[in-house]
Design a protein around this ligand. Structure first.
Ligand code: SF4
Ligand code: SF4
Length: 448
């Protein structure tokens, strides 16, 4: 057991919190997207073309850099569209699954008897490998490496993302099988972040065999693997750690039992612009509109797949991301405030405590996408440094990156950054700090 007291971090109390019950199970939609743009660290090479029929488990594309890493069709269907962006970069593959559940083409495997090599190959062949990611750089894990430790994401405290204490509380058996799988891959520790959230930590998680619980404070981003690793066992040069979301691990354990790919997940739809914020059971890559059946506010809204700090903007006629288990709908901040500097700010969230909301604020805040102004020069306020959970000084780091001094950027901790997004959120000069750091991480990963 390890205790971790996070310094930095920030809890934003956002309006539009999902109610804690799972009464809605969505049908399999007619269209499903596999978002290649979410899969960091790979270079896709297509294995299908528009109009092709696919079975669940057929390869859609492979990683050109290591062709063992495959991304597969989650269901039977027909390739409806292959979307590409600038320079023909693959964005997503949309499959017409016609609302039909897949028939599995994989065999069930016994977890007890499988060897390490067989296990790795089975994860690669079934496309399940993409759920395992690696730090530094938060890319899909490299199957040629072995991690020093593996972190299971059992604590998710970005606002309104599914609360794992709630979601996995009745999934002990599958979770335990997942841990036994991971145990075959690493001789190191299997860490799990634990904290009481709105829901208490399930009792069975506290005493799970072959795992090391990391008891921490429930402050964002204490649940992130990179943050836990930095605080309890920093990575040495050439070491890597892997991490996996608790629901993805359960789905992999179920695949070994049944031979059937399981792309169903419990997700949330939340934010001040949805009529009913709630938990739903649905599928990875589902259309956004299937989440919005209870209606959204009139006016211009912004949809975000993933957390409010780390997620990506998506269109209402688009699809959920590969890793995004929550959809936020917030007001698009197109209206300029009249004399904002003369307002006391009772209703605005404030990290720097400049608004009166710090003392007399509401229980939760309505967040819009407005940045309240353009990017300005850094004013050396240090808010980004205060909030950073891994002791980076983002105000210096971003300048070295813009000057392309990558060796100095490494000394300033660019590899430790978990891309939690908090520095960007609190920066009064609207500098897109995490975006700048992310571009440096991508560059360094490519350079090897
Ligand atoms: S530098 Fe910014 S994005 Fe990176 S961990 Fe620190 S606060 Fe989060
Ligand atoms: S929060 Fe923004 S303005 Fe303040 S020191 Fe950091 S980069 Fe500069």
């Amino acid at each position: 057991m390890v205790r971790m007291q996070l310094s930095g971090g920030y809890n934003l109390n956002l309006a539009g919190k999902p109610s804690l019950d799972i009464t809605t199970a969505l049908d399999l939609p007619s269209l499903i997207s596999v978002k290649a743009s979410d899969l960091q660290g790979i270079k896709p090479m297509m294995k299908v073309k528009e109009g092709d029929s696919v079975k669940a488990g057929d390869v859609l594309f492979i990683n050109k850099l290591n062709d063992k890493v495959k991304i597969v069709a989650p269901f039977d269907g027909t390739i409806k569209e292959i979307k590409r962006g600038n320079r023909r970069v693959l964005l997503e593959v949309i499959i017409d699954v016609s609302g039909k559940q897949s028939v599995s083409q994989f065999k069930s495997r016994s977890i007890d008897e499988i060897s390490e090599n067989d296990l790795i190959n089975h994860l690669l062949d079934t496309g399940s490998w993409a759920f395992i990611r690696q730090y530094p750089y938060n890319v899909i894990a490299d199957p040629e490496l072995r991690p020093r430790d593996i972190y299971i994401e059992t604590l998710t405290n970005e606002p309104h993302v599914p609360d794992m204490n709630f979601v996995i509380k009745d999934q002990q058996e599958a979770f335990e099988k997942g841990v036994q799988l991971l145990k075959k891959i690493t001789p190191g520790n299997i860490f799990m972040g634990l904290a009481n959230t709105e829901v208490e930590i399930p009792e069975w998680l506290r005493s799970l065999k072959d795992t090391t619980p990391v008891y921490t404070n429930n402050i964002y981003p204490a649940g992130e693997a990179a943050v836990q690793s930095y605080n309890i066992a920093p990575m040495k040069k050439d070491e890597v750690i892997w991490h996996i979301n608790a629901q993805d691990l359960i789905a992999i354990a179920n695949l070994f039992d049944s031979g059937k790919l399981d792309y169903s997940r419990v997700m949330t739809v939340s934010g001040s612009c949805v009529n009913k914020a709630k938990y739903i059971k649905t599928y990875i890559g589902s259309p956004v509109k299937t989440f919005l059946k209870d209606g959204v506010s009139s006016g211009e809204n912004r949809c975000i797949s993933g957390g409010i700090f780390t997620g990506l903007k998506i269109e209402q006629d688009g699809y959920m991301g590969f890793y995004g288990h929550s959809l936020h709908v917030i007001q698009e901040g197109v209206e300029r405030e009249f004399l904002p500097f003369q307002r006391p700010g009772f209703e605005k969230a404030s990290f720097s405590r400049v608004f009166l909301s710090t003392f007399f604020g509401p229980e939760s805040f309505v967040q819009t996408s407005s940045q309240m102004g353009e990017e300005r020069a850094c004013i050396a306020c240090s808010h980004c440094e205060d909030v950073c959970p891994v002791d980076i000084k983002p105000q210096f780091l971003f300048k070295t990156i813009l000057a392309e001094d990558y060796s100095m950027a490494e000394k300033l901790g660019v590899k430790d950054c978990s891309l939690c997004g908090l520095c960007t959120y609190v920066c009064p000069s609207k500098i897109d700090l995490d975006e700048i750091i992310s571009s440096a991480q991508q560059f360094l990963h490519k350079e090897g």
